[in-house]
Design a protein around this ligand. Structure first.
Ligand code: ADP
Length: 361
């Protein structure tokens, strides 16, 4: 199977005077399972359609295996795309849907029989060849759409919100299937999603987009642990974001004035840092919660607060705690027999200063 690399170099696209993609630079390695992640309207589909050849960028280069394909029409790009609504032919059988592209290319009957059979087996639909799309479940229809695309042996596979039409349980199952299929094929695959959990659980790496600007590229753990800016910290996983100012930096640490909370003394930054506006990002599981008399660990920074609400989630409970004028989230592991803190209870929130991430963008 082909394995192509894809590179976007300074790609920009506007609709009229509205910029939709701004100076996108991105390299996707051969065989990668790559996600374009971002909120609605961030430009993900525009970028995917641009790679397929349905949108044309005004500036920049689009390289497949080092060759600029900017002017190449979609049908000559050897790129397969699965649309969000699958776009199956309703009047054709599953077999004919999958065979369609091969028939158009005038491949031999034997080749078509062999390739369609193999593609249907690969997606587990060998026994469904004679059915029509309306006689299949949503998940099965999606597998037909996948089979129809991979049967033409594309260099790149593009998937537009591949799981959004499926109900929650099926989505989780299909995410696993999609990942296995991608591993089996080894095909460079790019998919669009607005669902960070979907991107984190399936993709090798992902690019986070907001307002047409590529915010950060990395693995799920890299983006989660080391977000480069406030947007990524808030969009990938859940975060407490404390805006404020760095007022002083010295060899022993720094002073951070958190808006509506007050002064915090933090350890010295890992990288050189100037005074000025910054945001502290803290994951809820990094914020411990304790009754005031139990808040004794001197390595932690303790903040006095009051429980506003508690959500029991089984493995852990998520508390919303009022600290000054702020509400912070704290996830607390749950064990049978240990009572939850009740709303209104005075508590202390413990922060490990080494887990803090200070963002200046
Ligand atoms: P996403 O896939 O992240 O939800 P899109 O790529 O669909 O975002 O859209 C990005 C922006 O481009 C949106 O503001 C959208 O309104 C605008 N847009 C998309 N397609 C067109 C178009 N054909 N003409 C004008 N604006 C468009």
């Amino acid at each position: 199977m082909n394995k192509a690399s894809l590179e976007c170099r300074h790609i920009s696209l506007s609709y009229g005077s509205t910029p939709v993609l701004r100076d996108i630079n991105l390299k996707i390695e051969p065989g990668e399972f790559f996600a374009l992640l971002g909120p609605s309207g961030s430009g993900k589909s525009t970028l995917l359609r641009l790679i397929a050849g349905f949108n044309q960028h005004q500036r920049g280069e689009l390289l497949v295996d080092g060759q600029d394909i900017s002017g190449v029409p979609p049908h000559l790009r050897q790129i397969g795309m699965v649309f969000q609504n699958y776009a199956l032919w309703p009047h054709m059988t599953v077999w004919d849907n999958v065979a369609f592209g091969l028939v158009e290319r005038r491949e031999s009957r034997d080749a078509i029989r062999r390739k369609v059979g193999a593609a249907l087996d690969l997606v587990g639909l060998g026994d469904y060849a004679r059915r029509r799309p309306a006689q299949l479940s949503g998940g099965q229809q999606q597998r037909v759409a996948l089979a129809r695309t991979i049967v033409i042996e594309p260099k790149l596979l593009l998937l537009d919100e591949p799981l959004s039409n499926l109900d929650k349980n099926l989505r989780v199952q299909m995410r696993e299937e999609l990942k296995n299929l991608q591993r089996t094929l080894g095909l460079t695959t790019i998919f669009v999603t607005h669902d960070q959990e979907e991107a984190m659980t399936t993709a090798d790496r992902m690019a986070v987009l907001d307002q047409g600007i590529l915010q950060q590229v990395g693995s799920a753990a890299e983006l989660y642990d080391y977000p480069q800016n406030r947007f990524v910290a808030g969009f990938v996983g859940t975060a407490n974001l404390l805006d404020g100012e760095v007022t002083a930096v010295d060899a022993a640490g720094l002073n951070f004035q958190a808006h509506r909370l007050g002064a915090l003394r933090l350890p010295p930054p890992a990288e050189p840092l100037a005074s000025g506006a910054a945001t502290l990002a803290l994951r809820p599981h990094q914020v411990s919660i304790a009754a005031p008399q139990d808040a004794t660990d001197a390595s932690r920074l303790w903040l006095d607060g009051q429980v506003e609400s508690a959500e029991f989630l089984g493995e852990f409970s998520r508390y919303r705690v009022r600290v000054g004028e702020l509400a912070l989230l704290s996830d607390h592991p749950h064990f049978a027999g240990v009572p939850l803190f009740a709303p209104g209870a005075p508590v202390r929130l413990g922060i490990d200063p080494r887990q803090l991430r200070l963002l200046t963008a």
